[in-house]
Design a protein around this ligand. Sequence first.
Ligand code: NCD
Length: 337
Amino acid sequence: MINEELILPIPKSTEFPKINGKFFSQDILSLDQFDPISIDLLFNITVHMGEIARNAKVSNYLAGNIATLLFYEPSTRTRGSFDAATKQLGGQTIVVENPQQFSSVAKGETFGDTIKTFEAYCDLIILRHPEVGAAQKAAKAAEFVPIINAGDGIGEHPTQALLDLYTIFEKKHTLSGKKGLIVGDIKNGRTIHSLLRGLSLFKNNTVYLLSPEQLKLQRPLLEDLSQKGLKIFEISQESEIPRDCDFWYWTRVQKERFQDQAEFERLKHSFIATPQLLQKYGNDEMILMHPLPRVGEISEEVDSDPRAVYLRNQIRNGMYIRMALLGLVLGKIPARL
Ligand code: NCD
């Protein structure tokens, strides 16, 4: 007789260590886990993943793997690209949208039990959740499979930041000595928080943060990033934008994080990227980024400008970077190809 209890997968580490080039079985929770060497390694593989996707090459890197996409908050690109990334590499997905309504969460099941259930069905869980720290909580609850943070409230969104950094790298060939303008909801924008952490890993980077007073970066994060060497200038008017930025990173004011919807209405269009603004404060070599969705803060007239990369490059790069990350975390793609 076989003792079924012995036939369990090998438990994963309970720590959230720095990646240090070793992605296998790692929870991906924060950009703070990364370092320039790991990012370089990920980018090298991402180039190869782009070739697989663009040329419709058959790939079986993830044959036999199943990823669960557990999304407690709405998503278009993050969910779509993780799903596509898994399938591009021959893996399969379980997609659970709105578990609050359509799973036993509606009956009062705990978060820990939900995570333990899905880890029995798959090799990796990709989680989006409205609470800061939910991905850490899930990583503690999951005994056997890694968790990828696909956005935890106003906390972080590491895979978005990795694709954003990749997009900057693709155009500028380095992530050091860069000057960027970040605009919009700096307080609540999780993609911004991860991007800033990412930029702080490299030398001599400067960011200008343009937002209304109410949406400024939270002080503890500002202090932490400054200590890491990121130079941060907070500005409140378009006229303070330096002409020589390498990138502009525009963002949406995060409606769902406001208690006072009247305040949201007042602030939502404080800054709008238009052809006139680009003409006045931009330069020919810069790129204009946005994590999307945009809801009026970048005028559609800008879309045809060759510097606008949000629709052309960032969306695709999101799938390529997620293909690379899945392959590495699941141990199916060697660190050097
Ligand atoms: C972002 C998010 O969910 O944080 N979207 C995305 O994943 N690209 C940005 C946003 O919702 O404003």
